[in-house]
Design a protein around this ligand. Structure first.
Ligand SMILES: [Zn+2]
Length: 501
């Protein structure tokens, strides 16, 4: 997520702000897994198709969604099957899903019905926040064993309702539908299932890399943008189309739609980049052309600096979100109020959200517990983008603008480390510390050890943890390995205390 818009008259920088190791239980089982891997290949760049075979035990979602849109409400009728392998060292007695649309900050209404495990009906527990759905298993799931959890669901989105960042909404004809299905939570050995339901600010979702096959049936006139690649389109002959998506190795599936949308596409390093926007808004087409060039540059710069973006597509979607922008796997949104080629914040947000494809989407983290891991790195990445585009002086100016914003905060007498959970920071402290002080940590490492060393640290970290979830100690370990030097004191001073595993 990009910080809410702040007007500071200093230009954009002033924002400151192989082969799968499958254990065939039966011949049919192996064949099923092999076929589904082939189905995902079109969503990967050719050099990364083999990545599909590196996570044979990752969850597999098969989702059907039907969109029905009236002037006052949109409804999503869905069903899904999730095949889940227990990768924990002990048996599991339940599998937990998160119903994000029911968060107060999302403002949707989501109901789940007809839950079954391996074909046997079960009655799940829904917590008082209506966001934690615990599916008790008829029998404990042994380590390495797999269960198929089926469920039906229905989501209502009231037109005009805009909570927090309006990230889940139906506004001005735009449907913003991230997490519009029951999302598996994360099972952390020793801690159990993650079920934080408090979302005061920042990003709400914590999830793990999975394989998605999603079929979306929608009125013919709706233009869709989503995570992954559309691999097939069928005409149902009743005024609706079914869009078939493959979204492998992604930790979420996000969907956006509007009758007003048009698209503009380009290519960078083999990645098809598509901007989806409303052409009738002022400056929209010129902004899309400029935004495409910025996104192409971001992909080029971050590929070279951090490691390769492996997916065939990256989408940028104009929505009315109240945040500057929000990141999702394979897609990010930019708010329509800055969708203008003359708006400096437009370029900042594009670079920041594009960087989240590396920091959050590919290298995952618990966004509620360790928001600095993706947000501070995304901010620092903007400075890296600026240096490539505009030179060293512009890079220094970008860092200075972060410092000015951070200093303005500490003038109140407050300060803190950057490594606290979202809930530990009051609103202004969150943005001042995680978004402004945070990037200064990586810049300080660069001043101390050199640009090449920091590039090596980030490449090592990315290579070691892409498609996985990283914790602070993982970043410390990767950085120390790349540098050949102890960084405990650096992390203690800037990030604060964290468990060293
Ligand atoms: Zn962000």
């Amino acid at each position: 997520m990009a910080a809410a818009r702040r007007r500071v008259p200093q230009g954009m920088i002033a924002v400151a702000l192989a082969i799968a190791i499958l254990v065939p239980l039966a011949p049919g089982h192996a064949q099923e897994a092999g076929e589904s891997m082939a189905a995902y290949a079109p969503a990967m760049l050719p050099d990364h198709v083999r990545d599909l075979d590196t996570r044979p035990d990752a969850p597999r979602y098969d989702i059907d969604l039907a969109l029905d849109v009236t002037p006052t409400e949109a409804t999503i009728t869905g069903s899904q099957t999730v095949r889940y392998t227990n990768r924990a060292p002990a048996a599991l007695d339940r599998i937990v899903f998160r119903l994000y649309p029911n968060l107060n900050s999302y403002g949707g209404e989501m109901d789940v019905s007809r839950v079954a495990v391996d074909g046997r009906p079960v009655t799940p527990d829904l917590d008082e926040t209506r966001t934690v759905l615990s599916v008790s298993l008829p029998e404990p799931l042994a380590p390495g064993a797999r269960a198929a959890v089926e469920m039906d669901f229905r989501i209502a989105v009231v037109e005009g309702r805009a909570r927090l960042y309006a990230q889940f909404s139906y506004l001005n004809g735009v449907l913003a539908l991230p997490n519009a299905y029951p999302v598996l939570s994360v099972y952390e050995p020793g801690r159990g299932w993650w079920q934080v339901a408090d979302h005061p600010q920042g990003d709400a979702v914590y999830s793990e890399t999975a394989f998605y096959r999603v079929r979306v049936t929608a009125p013919q006139g709706l233009i869709l943008a989503a995570s992954g690649s559309e691999v097939d389109l069928s005409d149902n002959g009743d005024g609706t189309l079914t869009h078939h998506y493959a979204a492998p190795l992604m930790r979420d599936f996000a969907l956006f739609a509007s009758e007003s949308y048009v698209t503009l596409s380009g290519e960078q390093d083999g990645v098809t980049i598509t901007l989806t926007f409303d052409p009738d808004r002022p400056q929209a087409k010129a902004a899309a052309r400029a935004g495409l060039a910025m996104t192409q540059d971001a992909v080029r710069i971050f590929n070279a600096s951090f490691g390769a973006y492996p997916f065939a597509e990256l989408d940028v979607v104009q929505t009315p979100t109240g945040a500057g922008g929000i990141e999702y796997p394979g897609v990010f949104v930019v708010t329509d109020s800055i969708w203008n080629p003359g708006e400096d914040f437009f370029e900042f947000v594009i670079a920041h959200e594009a960087a989240h494809q590396w920091w959050y989407s590919l290298v995952g983290n618990d966004q509620a517990l360790d928001p600095w891991m993706d947000e501070a790195l995304a901010q620092y990445s903007v400075a890296v983008y600026i240096r490539d585009r505009e030179g060293e002086a512009a890079y220094r100016a970008a860092l200075e603008s972060f410092r000015v914003q951070y200093d303005r905060f500490t003038e109140t007498g407050e300060d803190n480390v950057i490594g606290e959970p979202v809930t530990a920071y009051p609103a202004n402290a969150y943005f001042s510390l995680v978004y402004q002080k945070g990037p200064l940590f990586f810049a300080a490492l660069e001043d101390a050890f050199g640009t090449d060393a920091v590039n090596r640290m980030l490449r090592e970290y990315f290579a070691a943890h892409r498609y996985d979830i990283a914790e602070p100690n993982d970043m410390l370990t990767a950085f120390e390995a790349a540098l050949g030097q102890d960084l405990d004191e650096w992390f203690a001073e800037w990030v604060g205390p964290f468990a060293v595993g």
